[in-house]
Design a protein around this ligand. Structure first.
Ligand code: SAH
Length: 375
């Protein structure tokens, strides 16, 4: 279990900027806070920090084991066949981190030279620092790789999309149920300021404004319950639906989150593998929220996409042949490597580790059959 951290007594440069903005213009939404804390061009967490890996603040599945990228690579080759093996297609990764997943996928895809030849690889990454790291890692790749800041910049074509731990960093809003019986009985949780002895710091406030029942929020919500919405995710689903109705496409999202929309405050910050108070020293810790896969599924269906899942990562990776791949790799490994391979594979599927809390969902063009691994 991760330890909690008490935060920083000093505010960061970004926190000072935000305090000034709030002092002049009033409290801001959590989504705006998250956007600045993660992506501020000068002080954002992804702009300034080495986020991933054992040295970084957290570790992701592709950094834990090469098997993750290899199995997903095989899934993508299959998805390419399912969309009719187009001789030219977009292969898009959203939020590629250190580029490890893409490296492992492209290595696996060497088994299918026609897939590699047809793929136009797009890395959708809005942090210059991350981009640089990805470019270093993928410099020896033969595939044509283009970097863009958003999915909108990628031309329309048959498409495969992969995104691991991307949805969780999209900015959320939080609404708190009041005890009112009226139609408008939710308030928004906002970021304001509190005046501490040592100076003003950021603090949560409730909006004066009242809101209607948020879409997908359970009707059973009680006073004080928190419900989270994610407009950026809704916009992303719209964009995918526009593309997948015009050209065949399949997308795979992997993230931690819940299968059904429920109430709960899941906003969290992590720094050096410890929980960090979300509003302390903005820009110095990673901030995420659990993904509402229930809402994602419903929203995608409303947009006429075919949806497979959500299912757990553990089940999905086992369906894709994790055990067999592990056996293969262990054959040519020394004792230490064998241990590392086994430990990594276990972490990915163990229900007490990433196996259960991480979910997988696939979104496809309306005409496509069920995606592999979801049966
Ligand atoms: N997929 C990687 C890293 C996930 S962390 C892995 O599995 O290891 C999230 C990544 O998304 C980072 O690279 C971050 O810079 C990027 N990112 C965050 N918000 C983004 C946005 N709105 N648009 C594009 N990239 C974004």
């Amino acid at each position: 279990m991760m330890q909690p951290h008490s935060g920083d007594d000093k505010s960061s440069p970004l926190e000072k900027i935000l305090v000034e903005i709030i002092r002049n213009h009033g409290p801001i939404r959590i989504s705006d806070y998250m956007t600045d804390a993660l992506c501020h061009p000068q002080y954002g967490y992804y702009t300034t920090n080495q986020a991933f890996g054992t040295q970084g603040d957290f570790i992701t599945a592709p950094e834990i084991s090469q098997i993750f990228g290899e199995l997903i690579g095989a899934w993508l080759i299959n998805a390419w066949l399912e969309i009719g093996s187009p001789s030219l297609f977009n292969f898009i990764e959203l939020g590629p981190g250190r580029g490890t997943l893409m490296r492992d996928i492209l290595r696996t895809a060497q088994l299918r030279p026609d897939f590699l030849k047809a793929a136009r690889v797009y890395m959708v990454e809005n942090s210059g620092r991350q981009r640089y790291e990805q470019q270093q890692k993928l410099s020896s790749q033969e595939a044509a790789i283009t970097w863009t800041s958003s999915l909108e910049e990628v031309p329309f074509a048959p498409t495969l999309i992969i995104a691991n731990e991307f949805l969780d960093c999209l900015p959320i809003r939080q609404f708190v149920r009041t005890s009112l019986k009226e139609k408008h009985c939710w308030r928004e949780r906002m970021v304001g300021i509190s005046n501490e002895q040592a100076g003003p710091r950021l603090a949560f406030h409730l909006s004066e404004e009242l809101f209607e029942h948020p879409k997908h929020a359970p009707t059973s919500a009680k006073p004080e319950d928190v419900f989270e919405t994610c407009e950026a995710r809704d916009e992303l689903l719209h964009e995918i639906s526009n593309r997948f109705t015009e050209f065949k496409g399949r997308a795979l999202f992997i993230d931690y989150g819940h299968e059904q929309s429920t109430c709960g405050d899941t906003l969290q910050a992590i720094k050096s593998h410890k929980y960090w108070p979300v509003l302390s020293a903005a820009g110095t810790a990673d901030i995420t929220a659990h993904v509402d896969f229930g809402a994602t599924q419903k929203q995608a269906e409303e947009l006429a996409l075919n949806v497979d899942g959500p299912i757990t990562q553990g089940y999905f990776l086992q369906q894709l042949g994790l055990e067999q791949r592990l056996l293969m790799l262990r054959k040519s490994a020394n004792d230490t490597e064998k241990e590392t391979l086994l430990a990594g594979a276990r972490r990915l599927i163990d229900p007490n580790d990433m196996g259960k809390i991480f979910k997988v969902i696939s979104l496809s063009s309306p005409s496509l059959p069920e995606a592999v691994g979801f049966a």
